[in-house]
Design a protein. Structure first.
Length: 443
């Protein structure tokens, strides 16, 4: 068997394989033996007619097609075993010549990635700060979470909780009917349509009202968009929200074992906000550094890998496997190609990011040891107690796929950490803006 490999654009190769005639003849004979018992020639029992008659009855083309069904995959797999071809997808049989037997395959191969001067990547870190206002907002949220609701006889006011009947009609079309809707009355928040929240303000228990309001053009229910609606509303109960005082007792309500004072609670809130902001900043730095890494790299990849990444993007965005949305598209009258096209750019971006990060892992010789994997497993199962922890530990250690997932996660994290370290190595942290003096600002 003689193999010639020609490099093609877009990470493809052409394999030109010349197959020994002796091997072709053997496959042809084997194909004949498989087909002959199924052939009925008048005057002979099935498969017992002379070979020449059976071949004439079947046709050499059909026999050769049967032979190729076995020969082609066998030849291709042998090429992969003996030649430096790193295929990433099934091949395309581009051409078949019979005399002599030559097979031409087009094969998508592993992408080639050449990183630029990634050591020169720089990202300016933004200062991460927590304001007193942000802490106060979170404390208010905690107070609301531990608030009590007390029925009152007065008219409804903003921030009260209402239980009400709401009926909305457009002509004879009743598009809303709720006999005991419970909702907070928030100033500035839209309740069904603009103006409905305001209509409840001042209404007491058992009060009723009928008002007309326009339905916006972007309303969820298409059939009533842009029309005038009549709302019949009745208040069943008004409840005042009473917040706990902002003192040490609030800390006990949140977690008496962890916080012994309001200040301790505020300190934790501030630390949590800071950690969240820092995580966002770390993600921004990494994302910006990856963008620079991609921009500086030379990447060649086969189109089939983009298709694979588009499948991943669709799953991430829609929560549906790519193969499952065909029926949905048919129902709404959209083609699969049209649907996939909207995710193409995201698929390309995802592929490029993954390729350059893998190359960076290789360039920086980032590795994971068995001890690293064991340590990561302990982080996961450590908080679990007794049999649950042991069961999950055994689940991880007994699953090659599970161990490989953990290994990949560690590699990914270390690669991103290293990239961020490089990007920040120039000490380019931006300083927080300084307010101008009032006199200068006035000028």
């Amino acid at each position: 068997m003689k193999v010639t490999i020609e490099r093609l654009p877009e990470s493809r190769v052409q394999l030109d394989v010349e197959v020994d005639q002796e091997r072709v003849d053997k496959q042809f004979d084997a194909a004949f033996r498989r087909l002959a018992p199924k052939v009925r020639v008048p005057g002979f029992r099935p498969g017992k007619a002379p070979r020449a008659m059976i071949e004439k009855h079947i046709g050499r083309e059909r026999i050769m097609a049967e032979a190729l069904d076995k020969l082609v995959p066998d030849v291709y797999n042998e090429v992969l075993d003996t030649e430096p071809v790193d295929a990433v997808a099934q091949p395309t049989l581009d051409k078949v010549d019979l005399d002599p037997m030559r097979l031409k395959f087009i094969v998508a191969v592993r992408p080639t990635v050449t990183l630029g001067d990634y050591q020169a990547i720089r990202v300016a870190a933004e200062p991460v700060e927590v304001t007193d206002e942000e802490v106060a907002e979170q404390i208010l949220s905690l107070r609301r979470r531990h608030a009590t609701q007390v029925p009152v006889e007065r008219g409804a006011a903003w921030d009260d909780i209402l239980i009400a009947k709401v009926r909305g009609t457009v002509g004879e079309d009743e598009f809303i009917s709720d006999e005991d809707a419970e909702f907070p009355l928030r100033e500035g928040e839209v309740l069904v349509v603009d103006g409905l929240s305001e209509a409840f303000v001042g209404m007491k228990k058992d009060a009723t009202k009928s008002i007309e309001l326009p339905i916006p053009e972007d309303f969820a229910l298409e059939r009533v968009r842009g029309q005038q609606a009549t709302f019949e509303i009745a208040v069943l109960e008004v409840k005042e929200v009473q917040l706990p005082a902002e003192d040490d007792e609030l800390a006990g309500l949140v977690n008496a074992e962890e916080f012994d004072s309001l200040q301790a609670l505020k300190d934790r809130v501030r630390a949590d906000i800071l950690a969240s902001k820092q995580a966002e900043e770390d993600q921004r730095i990494r994302s910006a550094a990856i963008d620079q890494l991609v921009e500086g790299a030379t990447i060649e990849y086969p189109a089939v890998m983009v298709d694979h990444e588009v499948d991943h993007v669709i799953r991430d965005v829609t929560g549906t496997e790519a193969r499952q949305y065909a029926a949905q598209l048919q129902r709404i009258g959209r083609s699969e190609a049209e649907f996939r096209a909207q995710f193409f750019d995201a698929g390309v971006a995802r592929l490029k990011r993954g390729l350059v990060l893998s190359k960076l892992t290789e360039a920086e010789a980032i590795e994971v040891t068995p001890d690293d994997i064991d340590g990561e497993i302990e982080k996961i199962v450590g908080p679990m107690e007794g049999e649950d922890g042991q069961r999950f530990r055994e689940l991880f250690t007994s699953s090659p796929d599970g161990l490989e997932t953990i290994r990949r996660n560690i590699i990914s994290q270390r690669t991103l950490d290293r990239l961020a370290e490089i990007a920040l190595s120039g000490d380019v942290t931006k300083e927080a803006p300084v307010a101008e003096p009032a006199e200068e600002a006035a000028e």
